[in-house]
Ligand binder design. Structure first.
Ligand SMILES: NC(=O)c1ccc[n+]([C@@H]2O[C@H](COP(=O)([O-])OP(=O)(O)OC[C@H]3O[C@@H](n4cnc5c(N)ncnc54)[C@H](OP(=O)(O)O)[C@@H]3O)[C@@H](O)[C@H]2O)c1
Length: 275
C-alpha cells in the first residue's frame, strides 16, 4: 500500500528547467552520452542503496528514492535534495504509483531491494520461496516495467540489478535466495537484449557485505571473522565496495557494457582460498 510521497523541490516540479550541472553534461555530451533526467533507486535507504545514492548525487544525478520506511526515506531525500515515495514492492502488482512523481526522462534505475532467508530446503515453505522470488525477482521486473516509458525517453539509460555470490556458487541453506537471484541474473540478460540499444542492463553480485541485510549473520564477531576468512581477499564487503562498481555501471563511461553479471565478492565467487 502506498503511504506517502515526497514533495518535489521547487526546481523538480513538472515543467521546470532541469537543474543539470555543467559538471555532469560537459565531456560526455560531446560523445552523445549526456546524462539527463532522474535516476530512480529502489532500496535507496539500504546499506548499498544509500551508498550508491550518495555517490550518484555527488556526481550531479537527480534522484527519486523508493523503499518502505517513510522516515528514513524523508531523511535521505532531504540530505540529497531528492524526491521519494514509500512502497512495499512485495505487496504491489504494479509499481506505477511509486513513480507517479517522475514526470521527466529516467536516465537510470537501480533495484537494490533484497531478502535473505537462510534455511535448509526441508524447512522452507512455499510462501517463503515465493516471498524471496517476489521481492528479489518479480519486484525488479515490475520496477523496470513501471519506469520503461520514461527510461526510453532518456534515449541512453542504464538499469542496475542485484544478484548474489550464491548463484554462481552453491552454498548450503541458500535455496530460496539462490533461486530468486538466479532469476534476477536471467532477467538481466533478457532485458539487456530486449532493451538494447537505448537501455543498458547490468547486475552486481556481491558476497557478504556489511549492511542491515547481513547483520543477522554478522552479529557474532567470531562468526564475522570466520566468514571474512573464507574470502581470498580476507575481509567482508563494505557498501562502498559495491556502490563504487554500481556508480561506474550507471555512468556513461560504462556505455559499452550491458548484460553483465559482475561479482564484487573478495574473490569468493571464482577463486579457491590458500588454506
Ligand atoms: N548485504 C549483503 O551481504 C548482500 C549480499 C548479496 C546480495 N545483496 C543484495 O544487494 C542488494 C542491496 O542489499 P543491502 O545489503 O543494501 O540491503 P539492506 O541494507 O537491507 O537494504 C535494503 C533496502 O531495500 C528496502 N526494502 C526492503 N524490502 C523492501 C520491500 N519489500 N519493498 C520496498 N523496499 C524494500 C529497504 O528499506 P525499507 O526496509 O524501508 O523498505 C532498504 O532501503 C539486495 O538486492 C541484496 O539482495 C546483498
Amino acid at each position: 500500500m502506498w503511504r506517502n510521497m515526497g514533495r518535489p523541490a521547487p526546481d523538480r516540479q513538472a515543467g521546470a528547467e532541469p537543474a543539470l550541472s555543467a559538471f555532469r553534461t560537459e565531456g560526455v555530451a560531446a560523445k552523445g552520452l549526456a546524462i539527463m533526467g532522474v535516476t530512480i533507486i529502489f532500496g535507496a535507504t539500504g546499506g548499498i542503496g544509500s551508498a550508491l545514492a550518495r555517490r550518484l548525487a555527488a556526481a550531479g544525478r537527480r534522484l527519486h528514492l523508493v523503499a518502505r520506511d517513510p522516515e528514513r526515506l524523508g531523511a535521505l531525500a532531504a540530505e540529497l535534495d531528492a524526491t521519494w515515495a514509500s512502497c512495499d514492492v512485495g505487496k504491489e502488482d504494479r509499481l506505477d504509483a511509486a513513480l507517479a512523481q517522475v514526470q521527466e526522462p529516467v536516465d537510470g534505475l537501480v533495484y537494490a531491494v533484497g531478502t535473505i532467508n537462510l534455511k535448509p530446503l526441508a524447512r522452507l515453505t512455499v510462501d517463503e520461496m515465493l516471498e524471496a522470488y517476489r521481492v528479489n525477482a518479480t519486484g525488479a521486473a515490475l520496477a523496470v516495467q513501471a519506469a520503461l516509458p520514461r527510461l526510453k525517453e532518456a534515449g541512453n539509460a542504464s538499469v542496475l540489478l542485484f544478484s548474489s555470490v550464491a548463484v554462481g556458487q552453491g552454498f548450503p541453506n541458500h535455496a530460496a535466495i539462490s533461486m530468486a537471484k538466479g532469476a534476477v541474473e536471467g532477467l538481466t540478460r533478457a532485458l539487456a537484449a530486449e532493451l538494447a540499444p537505448a537501455i543498458r542492463v547490468n547486475c552486481v553480485a556481491p558476497s557478504l557485505t556489511r549492511t542491515a541485510l547481513a547483520a543477522p549473520l554478522l552479529a557474532n564477531e567470531q562468526m564475522a571473522r570466520s566468514i571474512a576468512a573464507l574470502h581470498p581477499l580476507q575481509r567482508l564487503g563494505e557498501p562502498e565496495d559495491v556502490a563504487a562498481l554500481g556508480a561506474f555501471l550507471m555512468s556513461p563511461e560504462a556505455g559499452w557494457i550491458t548484460g553483465q553479471i559482475v561479482g564484487v565478492d573478495g574473490g569468493r565467487g571464482t577463486l579457491r582460498g590458500k588454506s
